[in-house]
Design a protein around this ligand. Sequence first.
Ligand SMILES: NC(=O)c1ccc[n+]([C@@H]2O[C@H](COP(=O)([O-])OP(=O)(O)OC[C@H]3O[C@@H](n4cnc5c(N)ncnc54)[C@H](O)[C@@H]3O)[C@@H](O)[C@H]2O)c1
Length: 313
Amino acid sequence: MIKNITVVGAGTMGHGIAHVFARAGFKVNLCDTYAPMLEIAPVKMREELQFMADEGYIDQETVEKTMNNITICASVEEAAKDADYVIEAVKEDMAVKKALFAQLDKICPAHTVFATNTSSLKLNEMIADLPAERQERCMVSHWYNPAYLIPIAELSKFGNMSEEVFQEVYDMYVKAEKRPVCVYKDVTGMIANRLLHALAREAFYLVEEGVGMPEDIDNALKFGPCFRNATTGMLEVADMGGLDIWVAGEDNIFPALNNSDKACSMMRKLVEEGNLGMKTGKGFYEYPGEEGAKAQTAFYKRLIEQLKVSKNY
Ligand SMILES: NC(=O)c1ccc[n+]([C@@H]2O[C@H](COP(=O)([O-])OP(=O)(O)OC[C@H]3O[C@@H](n4cnc5c(N)ncnc54)[C@H](O)[C@@H]3O)[C@@H](O)[C@H]2O)c1
């Protein structure tokens, strides 16, 4: 049974993953090789938990209980030696992740499950040099950012793990209030990012072509397809509408869609000009002064409302 969880890498994803599991009652060890992160991560975790309490999602006692379940560790050895499940959220670099898994294989007990939060790397390549028994306990567990507000966790079910071990991990995610999704093939981008970028390609293209201004495209998504899909999946919606209607529509619309295999050139130009979005004050929109920070806070508040409502989905 999984009791002790280790999160390696306390950056954007790792610190959030750590407090989600800790809130569900697991003992979590969190480590990072960058020493200042060992100070930054607990502050961020407490801030995020406090935000959840302030928004009425958890009570104040849960903030303290959760923090008490987290131990910050200065080394991977200390963090992972008693782990039942290790999830890595280090740099998206195959060599770094392979070296970490090799190190963990020496540190961890035989039963420990290794998970990677990779967004784009292949599991098979990542675990190729591990002993066969360990390969049977390795998986992708892909979260979305911010980890504590977006319920999805994509879990690989590529056939290398026994049903029993997979089920144990799946149940652990359910206990942590995540909405696990099984992914059966090791395809680039798993499921969620493929869906996201299919939609994003068309959204950016429509702006580039002048079909709509950025706010028109965003409003079309927020109050059209994404409004509906936040409650009901694409395949469910298709069944409701009638598959004959969808076939007729797609035969007409598919030939007109963008099918480029490169990122949108308008966005590439913005990047080349140093306009990276909120972090530089300008992207598709402009964020003078405090506007970026305000937009970010408003975004988190909307997400937590969505998280509350999604319990009914
Ligand atoms: N940021 C996102 O939106 C997002 C979403 C889903 C998945 N991911 C994936 O999650 C992983 C982490 O991304 P991130 O955005 O959190 O990165 P990040 O750069 O914010 O954090 C990575 C942390 O790992 C630490 N680290 C590096 N090597 C280490 C090692 N060997 N041992 C311990 N700590 C180490 C770094 O010091 C850093 O603090 C990547 O694989 C990324 O593709 C990111």
